[in-house]
Ligand binder design. Structure first.
Ligand code: PLP
Length: 437
């Protein structure tokens, strides 16, 4: 389910007409649905009810304070990757004790901060990091809860930039080395060996790679649990979402597209994995990001120009790769629909932004209804790895974000003013005074 649909040929998010938001806030504009966020969280949470479990939202997918708060209010924990993200959870009114802290490059300051906030666990990515966490914990007279990230060497069969569970990439510690690492960790002071963690990749649309990696790792978890008395096993995130046919899938129900493509549902995920996990008798942690936020957000953009060259129909829009980098970065697909539904013939169109990079495009040769200057287009499924990856490239300011809840809409990030783009900069000491211009 998601809450973007046409009502009387006008695209709405829940009960709010997107055209009204555009009138008020301009474009480009991110819009999020609170109902969709809640629905996705609740469906996954309920599917996992047979297990003692904690969903830790991977907030790197969308870390807006209002999004964090929505999920915190539903009982979510958080998968964080920096001290900044932990501070965001606190700023949003969430509980740092429900945070796990992942990432291959945690600094001493970050570790100290996380310890002071009594986080749930450090997800440790190397032996050097184990040593560092132990030293910082000793210095601060704290016990650090840790889980080592195992790399199960499973190919998730997803895009190369989002595959993480094979020995080709920088994440985790090789499966064969894990028991030795725990033995050594158990001799380090001020560590509590609290669990084991894995994450094999992102945008997985089948349950098989999850099942395969759980089958491979669960016996290891059981052995380690016998030795060290674990609390949890984290099976990571990575549940995929619908990008093609995204609009129709919203009304069709869970991850079923009208063209019949079936995508992993929370119930298939749970039915397959719960029996494999139940007998461990441990709390199961999950770290979904995209699954919770992806289809809950859209990016609205305005057509600035139509440019026809010999071969192409370019639709030049006011959003760009600095607002949504996924197509440039991962070759990803976002469904693009007009703000007002229109019939008629479609035209193969290249939807491109104004940035001076060939990579600045949203779609190539996409059949789109005929649009002209001033019309608005909506890029769906932009709630995950969208706004959070935004930058000021080309001195473009960051767009606003709106959270919709039923008939209500609230600005949850204001549009950045252009001078804020260089607010932290100044001339060098020898360059005299800044001109007023
Ligand atoms: C990015 C990441 C996630 C979330 O991935 P999604 O595909 O958005 O669910 C979870 N765990 C770890 C360790 C990650 O790096």
């Amino acid at each position: 389910m998601h809450s973007f649909r046409y009502v009387k040929d006008q695209l709405q998010c829940e009960d709010v007409i997107l055209a009204d938001l555009v009138k008020k806030h301009g474009t480009p504009l991110y819009v999020y649905s609170q109902a969709t966020l809640s629905d996705h969280f609740t469906k996954l949470d309920q599917a996992l009810a047979p297990l003692d479990h904690l969903i830790c939202f991977a907030m790197k997918s969308n870390s807006n304070l209002a999004v964090i708060r929505t999920l915190a209010d539903l009982g979510s924990g958080f998968d964080t990757v920096s001290a900044g993200e932990i501070r965001r959870v606190i700023a949003a009114g969430g509980d740092p004790r429900k945070c796990v802290f992942a990432g291959v490059g945690k600094t001493e300051e970050e570790i100290a901060f996380a310890l002071d906030q009594s986080i749930y666990s450090f997800n440790v990515e190397s032996e050097a990091e184990l040593g560092r966490i132990s030293r910082v914990a000793v210095k601060r007279r704290k016990i650090a809860p840790i889980a080592v990230r195992v790399n199960p060497n499973v190919d998730a069969g997803t895009h190369a930039k989002i595959t993480t569970g094979t020995y080709e990439n920088k994440f985790g510690i090789a499966f064969e080395e894990i028991e030795g690492v725990y033995a050594r960790a158990s001799r380090l002071p001020n560590l509590r060996l609290r669990g084991l963690q894995m994450h094999i990749g992102s945008q997985l649309t089948e349950v098989k790679p999850f099942a395969f990696s759980v089958d491979k790792v669960a016996p290891l978890v059981a052995r380690l649990n016998g030795k060290y008395g674990f609390d949890f096993f984290s099976i990571g995130g990575g549940i995929g979402i619908v990008y093609k046919d995204a609009l129709a899938s919203g009304s069709e129900g869970w991850w079923k597209t009208p063209t019949g493509r079936r995508i992993l549902t929370p119930s298939t995920y749970a039915e397959t994995l719960v029996p494999k996990l139940k007998s461990l008798g441990l709390r199961i942690l999950l770290e979904p990001g995209r699954f919770l936020t992806g289809n809950a957000g859209a990016l609205v953009t305005r057509v600035e120009y139509i440019k026809k060259t010999g071969k192409k129909n370019f639709v030049i829009v006011d959003a760009a790769m600095n607002d949504l980098i996924r197509p440039a970065f991962y070759d990803s697909y976002h469904e693009i629909v007009p703000l007002g539904r229109r019939g008629g013939k479609t035209v193969p169109s290249d939807v491109v932004g104004p940035i001076c990079e060939s990579g600045d495009y949203f779609a190539k040769d996409r059949p789109l209804p005929k649009v002209g200057e001033g019309d608005c287009l909506v890029l769906l499924s932009a709630g995950a790895y969208g706004s959070v990856m935004g930058s000021n490239y080309n001195s473009r300011s960051l767009p606003p974000e709106i959270l919709v809840n039923g008939r209500k809409a609230s600005v949850v990030r204001r549009r950045q003013a252009i001078p804020e783009v260089w607010a932290g900069e100044k001339l060098a000491a020898w360059q005299g005074r800044k001109s007023k211009a």
